[in-house]
Design a protein around this ligand. Structure first.
Ligand code: ZN
Length: 370
């Protein structure tokens, strides 16, 4: 009895052998496709590279070769010759997990410096909102294999962080594409109603979009506008924005985009703006940069607490003759009618800059407006 039963068992076992082998092979294939075990993963990456895919690591950096950033390399690779005597100026800024805002890079004559070697890195949320799911160290669209991205499964979006307790912009990011850009014929709206933190009248400040209008169609959004110099807005950020804009128009692809203004302490004007971008479908081949653009005007002095800008010309002009009324503490141009009416013993003629006088507590006359 017993032997017969066992014979039947092994017989039926043989019958099940073929499906079992197929199942094991299938499982091995699936494991090979999704496993994070290093040697499996490296074998997979090698295979995918042979098949024409390029492996990327978590930071979006291309594996294999050091692919050069498009357009961002030349101007950020500064020579070390222009260093100040105070010490070596960093040509790069490495953002670590804990960033000390007092360690923001100092302006070194370049429009921007690379951040973390120029390699884009985003918080997971930035990917996930766009419809990307983690696949080992890579990101892909749901249901796709081997870190591949299906444009149709992406969810383009924009996110604007709330203003902080000082009314300062915090961050803006998104997955940008033709979907987020202005429609054909759409015109720019008026943004003059927004007074970003540190905005000071008549200081030649510009309202500087974190995510450019051409990429986002955002107009008077207070969470997207910072007080910036023409140098930052036009010379620093715009070429990078145009690079992304043209890439999207040319390819129809999508770009992960993260912009963050960096403030020092409680200052109201940002010292600089970090811009990070990475093209998704081609895994950074078209667009890949991570830079910190300086909010400066070369030759001018900026008070980042108040937004007051003193240009070299102004500073020179301001070193001039004023007449102070020592009783009222008001100072005038010597030609002001107020000076003629001033009694002689209150009159004090000085040569000084306007800033010196105001810092000493004197107030400018409301009539001659020195
Ligand atoms: Zn006066």
């Amino acid at each position: 009895m017993g032997t017969k039963k066992e014979g039947a068992k092994s017989n039926s076992g043989r019958k099940r052998l073929l499906p079992a082998i197929i199942l094991v092979v299938l499982m091995a294939v699936v494991l090979f496709a999704v496993s994070d075990v290093p040697f499996v993963k490296s074998a997979r990456d090698a295979l995918m590279q042979k098949l024409g895919y390029e492996a990327i690591d978590q930071n979006g950096q291309s594996g294999g070769d050091d692919n050069e950033n498009t357009g961002t390399e030349n101007s950020s690779d500064n020579g070390s010759g222009s260093n100040k005597s105070s010490g070596a100026q960093p040509s790069e800024w490495d953002i670590s997990a804990d960033i000390d805002p007092s360690s923001l890079p100092e302006y070194n004559g370049q429009h921007y410096v690379k951040v973390s070697g120029g390699v884009p890195a985003f918080p997971d949320d930035v990917y996930e909102r766009g419809g990307l799911v983690k696949d080992g160290d890579e990101w892909k669209t749901k249901g796709n294999l081997f870190g591949t991205v299906d444009s149709n499964k992406l969810a383009p979006y924009e996110y604007y962080g709330s203003l902080d307790d000082l009314g300062r912009c915090t961050e803006a990011y998104g997955l940008l594409g033709e979907e987020t850009m202005p429609q054909e014929g759409q015109e720019r709206g008026d943004i003059s109603s927004v007074h970003p933190s540190g905005w000071a009248k008549a200081q030649n400040w510009e309202r500087c979009h974190l995510i450019a209008w051409a990429l986002s169609a955002e107009n008077a959004n207070p969470s997207n506008l910072v007080t910036g110099t023409h140098y930052l807005n036009y010379d620093g950020m715009r070429p990078l924005e145009e690079e992304v804009e043209h890439y999207i128009w040319d390819t129809g692809n999508h770009v992960l985009y993260y912009v963050k203004p960096w403030f020092s302490g409680r200052e109201l004007v940002a010292r600089g703006v970090q811009m990070t971008a990475w093209s998704v479908e081609d895994k950074g081949e078209g667009i890949s940069f991570n830079v910190y653009c300086f909010n400066v005007t070369p030759g001018a002095e900026i008070d980042y607490k108040t937004g007051i800008v003193t240009t070299e010309e102004q500073a020179a002009q301001d070193a001039r003759t004023y007449v102070i009324n020592t009783r009222s503490g008001v100072f005038h141009y010597p030609t002001c009618d107020g000076v003629k009416e001033m009694s002689e013993h209150n009159k004090k003629t000085v040569t000084a800059t306007r800033t010196e006088l105001t810092s000493q507590g004197y107030t400018p006359c409301g009539a001659c407006e020195p």
